[in-house]
Ligand binder design. Sequence first.
Ligand SMILES: *Cc1c(COP(=O)(O)O)cnc(C)c1O
Length: 395
Amino acid sequence: MIAKVTAKAMDRVLQVNLEKRHRQYLYRSRVNISSGCSAVVNADGKQLYNFCSNDYLGLASHGDIAQAFKQGVDKYGTGSGASHLISGHSEAHEHLENQLAEFTKRPRALLFSSGYMANMGVISALVGRHDLVLQDYLNHASLLDGGLLSRAAFQRFKHRDTENLDAKLSAADGARKLVVTDAVFSMDGDLAPLEDIATVAARHNGWLMVDDAHGFGVLGSSGGGLIEELNLSIDQVPILMGTLGKAFATYGAFVAGSEALIETLIQFSRNYIYTTAPPPAIAVATSASLKLVQSEQWRRDKLNQLIARFRSGALQIGLQLMDSKTPIQPVLMDADQTGQKVLEISGKLRDSGFMVGAIRPPTVPEGTGRLRITLSANHSEEQVDALLDALDRCR
Ligand SMILES: *Cc1c(COP(=O)(O)O)cnc(C)c1O
């Protein structure tokens, strides 16, 4: 009896915030997908064109990766059974780590269970109470949360602004200074000026960490991300992080860098140590995926053609785009009533057969809202044209 009363009291408190979120048009709800991730999905019983996945290369439905996954399960079963430091570290993990090290041209790589965990785990292992962490204003939530968790002094520099970063580093007196940035910004699709950031960080003895969750697979001549495209060395970017659930179409994340960096993470990263190792079969599947990412250049070529087609079509009908050459193509809303308007338009698009991201605060700054459209190599030109027609009709 007492437990019931307590739960009710808690619910009354929670309900206030839930209702507030509704009133602000910020309430989130989930869609039930009853098909695999592909260009067309079945969402709540309706066939929709999927323009909101991060499956940029269209590999999530690839038979070779599925086959490898099955073979991995046949060989290793389902769960890993323990954390990496106990008995969960499989030869399949080790093999993939070696492949990722080679892929990123770094001495070593280390797998994490997810990108969120990797970012929390890296930052809090590298800096603490007497240190400083400096982050781009629009960094991914997992990087910001990692900074807060680390207990280092926490500052943000203006988006893509190396002068502002320089000024903040000049004024800083942390023992260690960690500079952190997305390579491709996840909500805007624009790129960090990595070369300049690396120069500024090095000038102040700062350590640079780059999260290229959206660049790996998509940018660079073999899918090695913005680091490969700009040919940045380990001296310029000593801490490189990527995720495996986006273009790689499996699950998990990795950090690549020096022997000392990787050993430090194995010894001190709580998010690495105190969690169950991912199923080995996922590592087997990711090895198959990595092979396709590197060898099937046509996927990047096609993706780039679709991006160009979308942008020129969108500009013709007067949509407000951002400065993005990546598959992340946000369409901005006018400044007033953004949350409501984003929901209204994405609802209309859904009725017309298109699924796009309706992005509202706190994912993007207060008072802004956007449709987040993402393109994939398994879209067709006709589907992109049809999306543009629907956007024209629904706005
Ligand atoms: C998606 C994303 C992450 C989180 O990766 P998960 O594997 O999904 O946890 C981290 N950083 C950026 C920039 C991302 O876009």
